[in-house]
Design a protein around this ligand. Structure first.
Ligand SMILES: Cc1cc2nc3c(=O)[nH]c(=O)nc-3n(C[C@H](O)[C@H](O)[C@H](O)COP(=O)(O)OP(=O)(O)OC[C@H]3O[C@@H](n4cnc5c(N)ncnc54)[C@H](O)[C@@H]3O)c2cc1C
Ligand code: SF4
Length: 526
């Protein structure tokens, strides 16, 4: 007999965790199906041979840390595992600015409407800023750079979902050693530790100082009876009586075992690419949800992300130390020729080379991307130690939402279909170039020189960790896939709550907006 739940949530990232938690708090029977593993601290990938890669066509074999998808003009990085993107992200949990709500949204969504929900999820993740006694070398460089170009008022510390011990400092003996972390139980009763600035955020925190979703929203969901099943890859959704049947493949000893459950309501929260792909399969291949809007797959954007390495020979930057991102220099006001962007620092872990080699080494474009970055940096370093003087200038901007996702026939499998993402860089070139030019100015102002990767200068190829759109919010099915509450037009009680419903670039790290939209949507569910 098929088990029936009040709600099935697909995916356990920012949208899925909020939905699971708030629905379980109401006393509903909630099941979360997550394609990735439930990671334990000691299993986080570090060595070249570890489980780095998540491969959507072979999850029974490759169910590792990073889902890296390569398309013609853009590559997309996403997390996989219980906690979704919070496992891999750089802990920046920042609201979008009011200007981001001036166009592109249904009339019900505004900054003031989202404000209480931004507050609520910020409290859940216990956001705080980098303590003054723990300023990283990258933060100090950003502060000096902003001052040197007369932009000090644009510099700000960012809200971070990290637990700090105010008594920790770089002056401590072996400061970054895990023994300098102070263990504590968080407000959900989960054991955490405080940050020792080891720099490994994107690859999992060895002392559990990052307030990832498994330690707050998902912990609360489980305490209220929600069931979370890792390594369950959802493959289809079919209307079933008053609700839906959800089909999935359970990974069992290197095999995929097909099973299904039923639910009164389904919350699809598999991320911008994966939710869109699943609905495309349901509408166009399986034909189980034929009424889904024809706008499905359209309106995707990369959120204008770009990283420009710079060599700053006279300063010690130590990019492998400290939380990955701590501050921003804010140009979202459009004062730079109308381009809106947000400059950030971007650290990288000591073992990032292992991750890149493993993930990018599997395709020709990936290898070229890796070599392009590597050779440009090696040339500029001229023998200097990158762990000392390399400053990764990072940031994002308000780019064009002109990407289109479709299913294309799989060249290797006559019955198969693959996701394709067609993104033309042209309309976004202006804002990305403005961000790069600002990186160059900031680097030069602090005695450095920026190294713009050839993948951009020659090919206009970008890599984004912030995919948004694909199941865009709209006012009706002619201009959107879901309404302002995330409900799919034509399918009552089927919701999409993740980055795929964000209908435009935010120009700022998106996870808090995704969580706030989910908080609001669940508060409106009957
Ligand atoms: C390296 C990196 C750093 C980042 N840093 C930041 C940052 O500092 N701040 C910020 O705001 N954003 C950051 N981001 C972006 C952020 O992680 C995403 O915007 C966010 O996670 C998206 O939330 P979501 O709910 O849409 O989906 P996700 O968080 O991606 O969650 C989707 C979940 O669904 C699961 N899933 C997918 N398909 C299926 C399926 N078929 N069946 C079952 N489960 C499925 C996935 O495994 C995943 O766990 C970063 C991203 C990366 C890659
Ligand atoms: S720098 Fe990041 S990974 Fe290292 S202790 Fe702090 S939060 Fe954890």
């Amino acid at each position: 007999m098929v088990r029936r739940y009040d709600a099935v949530v697909v995916g356990s990232g920012f949208g899925g965790s909020v939905a699971a938690c708030r629905l379980a708090e109401r006393g509903l029977r909630v099941l979360v199906l997550e394609r990735g593993r439930r990671w334990r601290t000691e299993e986080f990938p570090r060595e070249a041979a570890d489980a780095w890669l998540y491969q959507v066509d072979r999850p029974e074999i490759h169910n590792g840390w990073i889902d890296f998808r390569i398309f013609r003009n853009v590559a997309v990085v996403q997390g996989a595992g219980v906690g979704g993107g919070s496992l891999i992200y750089a802990n920046v949990f920042v609201p979008a600015e009011p200007v981001a709500f001036e166009s592109g949204w249904p009339p019900e969504i505004s900054y003031s409407e989202l404000a209480p929900h931004y507050e609520r999820c910020g409290t859940m993740l216990d956001v705080t800023e980098l303590p003054d006694g723990q300023l990283t070398a990258r933060y100090q460089l950003m502060r000096d750079a902003a001052k040197a170009i007369g932009a000090s008022e644009r510099l700000r510390k960012l809200p971070l979902a990290i637990s700090f011990d105010r008594d920790w400092s770089y002056e401590l003996p072996a400061a970054t050693d895990p023994t300098n972390s102070t263990p504590f139980h968080n407000k959900f009763g989960r054991l955490q530790g405080t940050c020792v600035h080891c720099g490994n955020c994107d690859l999992g925190c060895p002392v559990r100082a990052r307030n990832t979703l498994d330690l707050n929203y998902l912990a609360q969901a489980e305490d209220h009876g929600a069931e979370i099943r890792a390594l369950h890859f959802v493959t289809g959704i079919v209307p079933d009586g008053s609700g839906y049947r959800v089909h999935y493949d359970r990974v069992d000893n290197g095999r995929r075992v097909g099973e299904s459950v039923a639910a009164e309501r389904v919350v699809l929260a598999a991320g911008a690419l994966n939710s869109t792909e699943l609905l495309l399969r349901c509408r166009d291949v399986q034909k189980s949800l034929p009424l889904v809007s024809q706008t499905l797959g359209r309106g995707w954007c990369a959120n204008g992300d770009f990283l420009t390495p710079a060599i700053t020979p006279d300063r010690t930057i130590s990019p492998t130390r400290g939380p990955t991102i701590t501050a921003a220099i804010d140009y979202l006001d459009g004062s730079d020729g109308g381009h809106r962007y947000f400059v950030e620092d971007g650290g990288f872990p000591d073992v990032i080379g292992n991750a890149l080699r493993s993930v990018l080494g599997r395709s020709l474009i990936g290898k070229q991307l890796f070599r392009g970055y590597q050779s440009a940096i090696e040339l500029a370093l001229a023998g200097r130690d990158p762990s000392q003087c390399l400053m990764p200038w990072f940031g994002q901007g308000v780019d064009a939402s002109n990407g289109v996702m479709t299913l294309e026939p799989d060249v290797l499998d006559p019955d198969g279909w693959d996701l394709d993402l067609d993104w033309e860089p042209g309309p976004s070139q202006g804002v990305i170039q403005a961000l790069i030019d600002r990186h160059k100015v900031l680097a030069a102002a602090t005695g450095g020189s920026a190294v713009v990767p050839l993948s951009w200068t020659l090919l206009k190829y970008i890599v984004t960790p912030h995919p948004l759109g694909g199941c865009n919010m709209g006012t009706d099915p002619t201009n959107g896939v879901v309404d302002h509450r995330g409900e799919v037009f034509g399918y009552p009680n089927l919701y999409v709550l993740d980055g795929s419903i964000v209908p435009r670039a935010l120009g700022i790290n998106p996870s808090r907006t995704i969580a706030a939209l989910a908080e609001r949507a669940v508060s409106l569910m009957q």
